[in-house]
Design a protein around this ligand. Sequence first.
Ligand code: KG4
Ligand code: ZN
Length: 337
Amino acid sequence: MEDVLILGIESSCDETAAAVVGNGREMLSNVINSQIDIHKQYGGVVPEIASRCHIEAVNVVIDEALERAGVTFNDIDAIAVTYGPGLVGALLVGVSTAKALAYALKKPLINVHHIKGHICANYVAHKDLKPPFTCLVASGGHSHIVYAENYTDYEIMGMTRDDAAGEAFDKVARILGLGYPGGPKIDRLAGEGNPRAVEFPRVKMANNSLDFSFSGVKTAVINHVHKLGQRGEEYNKADIAASFQNAVTDALCSHTIEAAKRKGSKTIALAGGVASNSALRKKMTDMAGREGIDVLYPPPVLCTDNAVMIAAAGYFEYISGTRADMRLNAVPSLPLE
Ligand code: KG4
Ligand code: ZN
């Protein structure tokens, strides 16, 4: 069979990305234009600025993705684009660009769900990985435990009831004055702290629910820091970062492993920006290992937003017959099911 080459386009948040992937597994190029330096002066993503930056970058990023892959538009079999969830103005840049390309080139257009994309990054990183498996998707906007039944269908087994895990990392980093995005900064600082210095709360869900809640631990960190501040006491930022990270990763690991056990999965895959957290990777690997479950995760560059994951998910959608037409629109709060 001829190789199927997919051009993926991602613009749901603050990364303008394009990539070419062969057969859903071979990364031929991966171009990411990050806007982090622009947004960090505001302490978070400013949607209007994000949209404008995407417009400026999108064509350049696509040209570079083709060039680095050593291909032209003619070699591409289909164009895959993130159509949700995400910031509407940001998504629209990718969606309109993909529609224009598909129309002009007379190539199929494939609409891709951003979270499914995150999961599919694992197929590029692990060539032998096949569904079914259990997956934790933890990013700045989402925290889901899903069961990957096949390459395109997923069952949601748990999700956050309030903040996403990455959002909690970003907010705690802001309280500690570490800057944006907070996840990698907490990860680094926590390495120097004691994870048992402060006992932050772990939420126990009723009725065996595998859902998460991270707003309580975030508030506990805020209160802890304020109380010490009011008393004029010095506090050790590394200890707080490590203790917070310990509480969040405890919940992520215990629920994901419980989900895998309920399904009889022998593999857990991690996905999303928070999947690059070093403590999460280690804890999940250790805890799941004791249950005879393997843990896989992509390299950090394929955990945070990228278009390789969109091209990979686009390939599996393409071969299962998914096609979008010129009516495709951005769907900011697109559900997974
Ligand atoms: O997947 P992603 O790039 O964007 C969304 O779809 O939201 O995830 C970004 C999130 C941010 O909240 C960021 O702080 C978090 O992932 N993150 C991390 C780490 N690297 C990125 N959180 C914890 N530890 C990390 N090393
Ligand atoms: Zn994402």
